[in-house]
Design a protein around this ligand. Structure first.
Ligand code: NZQ
Ligand code: ZN
Length: 389
């Protein structure tokens, strides 16, 4: 196990009706609040009215900015920074999914900085030293942004999708009511589950040895997603399934499961080129890239793949050699994605190889390699895109 520090200040407020008390948390941090949301789902579900009512009832002074699109874009970030400055906003309440929360994080960075906000995303050597406080009401279990130190934004002019990481942008609080996710279209439920599973895989497939506790915690979380995502997909109002998935999504990405181990993230970087160019849901990109990445890298650490196969996927047949165990594992993972109607090949969603060369260069983004389990150069990434076709 490696040395580590773990710090996550996000207060998690979990359960039914918790959003009805949002103003009491907001008032701890802000006097002038920006209420920030996406394309309209919170208005359709009635959540918007609940929040507005609670802010009014508690005399919270706020302004609003909606209109975030999935795979959120830089132009919206610039608009939000202007609003925050003009209105002297000192706290941002993000109500929505990863795209809304990530945009709020970008406002929070931009307002406190003299640099152009994109400079932080484009060049991670620019260190974030301060940010406005933010809090959130989560409406989709997926990205884990509700308690992660990350934000992912796309510059639509260059189609570059890039991230920042800073403890300054971890939300102060995250309200998680699983009932709020019952209005999700099945496709978004599936994409969210795929992202959560990917966050667990990125941590599980680590070159670090002697991390048995986190291996087993990860296996428990992986089993939970495998079991409950198909239930929520088929029964949107199943509270217990929604609750398991929502808490799993937070635990999968608040970094407790990264403690003491190297993590991989090659698949995320490889996927971001797809959703950055083709505006595909991140989770649908991951259901395509992860099996391809596994096929390409498993020989580097075959025992870890076999461990997952035996402990979580119940592949116990002693007559199978390790190669066959891993092949069976990857087929089972692909079948699980298919069971919730996610794509597992680029060709299924009409993406061909025309941008592979460009994407495999952009994925490296000036770095020598991607990933930890196997260090991938751009020709490796190209081959993974080919395996994903
Ligand atoms: O915009 P609205 O109308 O709210 O609709 C959204 C959106 O169309 C809809 N939705 C959300 N909650 C709903 C709902 N519809 C009905 N009922 C509800 N309760 O779902 C759609 C997708 O929302 P989005 O916020 O885009 O989803 P997600 O949470 O998956 O976020 C994806 C973004 O997060 C980034 C991804 O790359 C992508 O840009 N990520 C952020 C991370 C982080 N900050 O730590 C890590 C992740 O790996 C990921 O990269
Ligand atoms: Zn992700």
């Amino acid at each position: 196990m490696n040395n580590f520090q773990f710090y996550n200040p996000a207060r998690i407020i979990f359960g039914k009706d918790t959003e009805k008390d949002v103003a009491s948390y907001v008032k701890k941090y802000g006097k002038k609040v920006l209420l920030h949301y996406g394309g309209g789902s919170i208005k359709q579900s009635g959540l918007y009215d609940v929040i507005i009512q609670n802010l009014h009832d508690n005399q919270v002074d706020f302004v609003e900015l909606g209109g975030v699109v999935p795979n959120p874009v830089l132009s919206k970030v610039e608009e939000g920074i202007d609003v925050c400055r003009k209105e002297n906003v000192d706290f941002i309440l993000a109500v929505g999914g990863g795209s809304v929360i990530d945009t709020a994080k970008a406002f929070a960075i931009g307002v406190k900085s003299n640099l152009n906000v994109w400079d932080y995303y484009y060049d991670n050597s620019n260190v974030i030293v301060d940010a406005l406080n933010i809090g959130c009401v989560l409406t989709i279990a997926a990205a884990g942004s509700e308690s992660s130190p990350a934000s992912v934004i796309t510059d639509e002019s260059s189609q570059l999708k890039r991230y920042v990481n800073s403890e300054h942008i971890i939300p102060k609080f995250a309200i998680l009511n699983p009932e709020l996710t019952s209005t999700l279209p099945p496709y978004q439920t599936a994409c969210g589950a795929s992202d959560i599973l990917a966050h667990l895989f990125e941590r599980y497939f680590s070159p670090t040895e002697h991390v048995d506790l986190t291996d087993r915690l990860l296996e428990a979380a992986i089993s939970t997603i495998l079991k409950f995502a198909p239930i929520a997909y088929n029964e949107p109002n199943n509270y217990e399934a929604r609750a398991e998935i929502m808490w799993c999504g937070t635990v999968a990405h608040n970094n407790i499961l990264s403690t003491g181990r190297q993590t991989d993230w090659a698949s995320h970087n490889i996927e971001h080129e797809i959703s950055g160019i083709y505006d595909l849901a991140h989770g649908a990109g991951l259901s395509i890239i992860f099996p391809a990445w596994m096929k390409y890298v498993y020989k580097e650490q075959i025992n870890k793949f076999v461990q997952l196969a035996r402990r979580v996927f119940n592949i116990k047949d002693d007559s199978l050699n390790k190669e066959l165990v891993v092949n069976t594992l990857i087929i089972k993972i692909e079948n699980w994605y298919k069971s919730i109607n996610l794509p597992i090949r680029l060709s299924e969603i009409d993406i061909d190889d025309q941008n592979f060369e460009l994407m495999s260069k952009k994925a490296l983004d000036g770095r020598e390699s991607l990933g930890a389990l196997k260090k991938l150069n751009s020709s490796d990434v190209f081959k993974i895109y080919e395996l994903a076709l």
